[in-house]
Design a binder for this molecule. Structure first.
Ligand code: ZN
Length: 157
């Protein structure tokens, strides 16, 4: 059973900002890291891990006051928390709800590990990766075909 305290933490409302719901259990800290939320963040941040969920059994939730996601952040987030739901809050109401999805293609946010890849040259071409597998996540460089997966990939997120 959820205690009253647990319930309160989960429903605490923020005036404006972002609520990310249905994060895979245990990934909330990584989500905050990707969004650049650290000790110095000046506004309220609420984090709940391993909350009971009807759809997923267990899930994480983060609420970040005063934060709007950039397209790059959304893209990174979709790679670590696919199917998470991003709620944009304005004046205590959900203004927009976005269900994250792993894209077919990932650009800019990740670097190719092949030192000879054209994306790592002196005048670099922007890295682009194709998503070749979503579960587990595997990316393939558009230019040199080098695969990126597992630890090498998660270190860059
Ligand atoms: Zn490459």
């Amino acid at each position: 059973m959820e205690t009253v305290e647990e319930k309160k933490l989960i429903v605490t409302k923020i005036k404006e900002g972002t609520v990310i719901d249905r994060i895979p259990p245990g990934k909330a800290m990584k989500v905050l890291h990707v969004l650049g939320i650290n000790d110095n963040y000046p506004y309220t941040v609420a984090l709940a891990m391993r909350v009971k969920s009807k759809k997923m059994q267990l899930k994480d939730i983060v609420k970040i006051k005063g934060k709007m996601l950039t397209p790059e952040e959304s893209q990174k987030l979709s790679l670590i928390a696919p199917n998470a739901v991003v709620n944009i809050i304005n004046d205590y109401k959900v203004e927009k709800k976005i269900v994250l999805e792993i894209p077919e293609q990932v650009s800019e946010i990740i670097r190719c590990l092949n030192p000879n890849c054209v994306t790592n040259n002196r005048e670099p071409v922007s890295p682009i990766f194709y998503v070749v597998s979503k579960e587990p996540l595997i990316l393939r460089c558009k230019y040199c075909d080098r695969l990126l997966e597992g630890q090498n990939l998660s270190e860059q997120l």
